[in-house]
Design a protein around this ligand. Sequence first.
Ligand code: SF4
Ligand code: SF4
Length: 383
Amino acid sequence: MRIAVVFKDRCQPKRCNLECIAFCPPQRTGTEVIWIDPETTKAAISEETCIACGICVKKCPFDAIRIIGLPEELKEDLVHQYGKNAFRLFRLPVPKKGEVIGLLGPNGIGKTTAISLLSGELPPNLGHYRRKKAYWDDVLEYFAGTELHDYLEKIAGKELKTAIKPQYVDKLNKVYSGRVRDLLTRIDERGRLDELTSSLSLESFLDRDIAQLSGGELQRVAVAATMLKDVDIYFFDEPSSYLDIYQRLQVAKVIQSLSKDKYVVVVEHDLAVLDFLADHVFLMYGEEGAYGIIAQPRAVRTAITLPGSSRVSVAALRPTCMTSTSGGGMAPGPGPAEPLLSFGLQAASRDRNKNRARRFMACPFREQRRAGSNPPPAPFSRA
Ligand code: SF4
Ligand code: SF4
């Protein structure tokens, strides 16, 4: 399966010479592959007729195109696509009552999309992006027999109430105004304001205006406001940004206390916070702005203690054998492996090297081997 992505914000047909169309080989021989969509006034690519040569990717002066090769089987797992040649998300995590589920992955890979889909804010379209209305019957049929079916059935029937802590807390003061205390008192459906004031250290700015708060203070107000709502599912989108390590642990502790009888989903970049907080982690990988894949869940201890995983940054969670290309066409070969699988492969190769080194150290002829000369023949050699 190949996917073609056109970054609409970068594509500027009025400022280029339409190189993508002019140099596209099948287009030059009369097959319609790439054109300017009159509706969006941006380039549009047919994924059916594109041969994935990658020429348009190289020729576009604004770096507006990605052509990516993915395994055919992933077609079955497409959960949501925003539009033609737009971002798509494969698979969804399964929230579980009484557990904190963590989503870990780099930026632009669909973590916030996953939250919107799981909260019902954005009904999954299974790739049918032209449909404007929600087709929950199709979605439920698609997920029939899976763990997600029961959960999505409740979301579709509006049986579950949700609260979302948004990612961009710095915009809070544009939406709300007035004293922090007044805002939180208004929201407090669970009668836990005093408790949260102390556990999140809100006392020092409770009587200040929201417009005067720093990023870290806004983050804690947003976490408190989400937790004060009496709902069934809580989503926290990056609750540790702007916070120091002490405040991160404070926030992690209060979020964890929620999970006893609720669904809790946390999107995070910080592996240490997820280690402390989550029961299961879903790793996400893909290409920023183009596609995201949610890997199978791992118990958090297993996920982060895999050899090498604690030392890699989130950006390094990308699979090592991915064939996605941004310039050189689509190479045939293995598709994206799950990151943990590739960690496993790297670990196996490291182990092989270690064993080789151990054998070398045990070898009585290692000095000769190091010097490049052959060891003497074995005494019982038949040669
Ligand atoms: S994709 Fe690039 S070359 Fe093609 S129309 Fe857009 S900006 Fe121009
Ligand atoms: S990858 Fe090749 S075939 Fe596909 S749209 Fe670009 S130039 Fe045309």
